[in-house]
Design a binder for this molecule. Structure first.
Ligand SMILES: *[C@@H]1O[C@H](CO)[C@@H](O)[C@H](O)[C@H]1NC(C)=O
Ligand SMILES: *[C@@H]1O[C@H](CO)[C@@H](O)[C@H](O)[C@H]1NC(C)=O
Ligand SMILES: *[C@@H]1O[C@H](CO)[C@@H](O)[C@H](O)[C@H]1NC(C)=O
Length: 259
């Protein structure tokens, strides 16, 4: 009994040292790990690489992509086999609107430059997601303008659908209205839609400080520089591991063991 009681603080100490090490190695994606990486999700390749057969709107990524040619082709289809997601859940989505959703899907599936915004999640269909990717303000603005007259029934498209038919349908209580009704501002659309995958940036296209959904590959991929900038900023801001904590704990542990 006495021994057990005495052991408790020692075990606690050991546990905290172990968890300090654990957190240290788990959260510290160092800078190279944030650059040129693919997310661990349903259709992403493990590593980015050249894909010369990328389809239509995804071709800007062909020099270096996380998507396969098949994925890029599939995501251009209505209710593609990738997610069985139906854009036309409130009647036909206008073509000028749909192209933004296709471009958003290309960025999601193909971009190797979103490493700084990858977060772990506990979802059946993916282990990681994007959070608060700083989308260039004009890309969000034109998405919103081209979609305001199309129709939908929900503000968060990530959850709450009726999937009984095998594809997403509006739940009975969710009425179809214009995009503008559900998304009164560009930010409401770009940030709400995929549960904060994007954050609308105050920076403009070409600034090197925001992610472009649309770009002309003739001038390279502008998002490479953006990822480098944020990866560097994050590694400067991140705590330098748990060195100081271990320095305090290890002598304590020794004292305990010797004493
Ligand atoms: C293309 O992708 C779809 C959806 O993941 C899959 O069902 C199909 O088998 C794939 N086709 C090829 C040729 O890999
Ligand atoms: C889901 O859709 C089915 C038809 O596909 C319908 O019978 C059912 O009532 C719907 N449920 C909800 C909660 O909307
Ligand atoms: C965003 O940028 C504009 C001009 O580029 C500036 O006037 C405005 O204050 C900025 N807003 C924020 C929240 O930084």
């Amino acid at each position: 009994m006495a021994v057990a009681l005495q052991m408790t603080p020692l075990l606690m100490l050991l546990a905290s040292v172990a968890s300090a090490w654990g957190t240290h190695s788990r959260t510290r994606r160092d800078r190279t790990d944030l650059l040129n990486v693919c997310m661990d999700a349903k259709h992403h390749k493990t590593r980015p690489g050249p894909e010369d057969k990328l389809h239509d709107q995804c071709t800007p990524w062909k020099k270096n992509a996380c998507c396969s040619a098949n994925t890029s082709q599939e995501l251009h289809k209505d209710t593609s086999l990738l997610y069985n997601f139906n854009w036309d859940h409130c009647g036909q989505m206008e073509a000028k609107c749909k192209r933004h959703f296709i471009q958003d899907s290309c960025l999601y599936e193909c971009s190797p430059n979103l490493g700084p915004w990858i977060r772990q999640v506990d979802q059946s269909w993916r282990k990681e997601r994007f959070l608060d990717v700083p989308l260039c303000r004009e890309d969000c603005q034109s998405w919103w303008e081209d979609c305001r007259t199309s129709h939908t029934c929900k503000t968060n498209w990530q959850k709450g659908w009726n999937w009984t038919s095998g594809m997403n349908e509006c739940p009975v209580k969710a009425a179809c209205h214009t995009f503008e009704f559900y998304f009164p501002t560009p930010a409401a659309l770009c940030e709400g839609l995929w549960d904060h995958a994007y954050k609308v940036s105050n920076y403009s296209r070409g600034s090197g400080r925001c992610i472009q959904m649309w770009f002309d590959p003739a001038h390279g991929n502008p998002n490479e520089e953006v990822a480098r900038f944020y990866a560097e900023a994050m590694s400067r801001a991140a705590p330098r591991g748990h060195g100081p904590l271990l320095f305090c704990l290890v002598p304590l542990l020794l004292l305990w063991l010797l004493g």
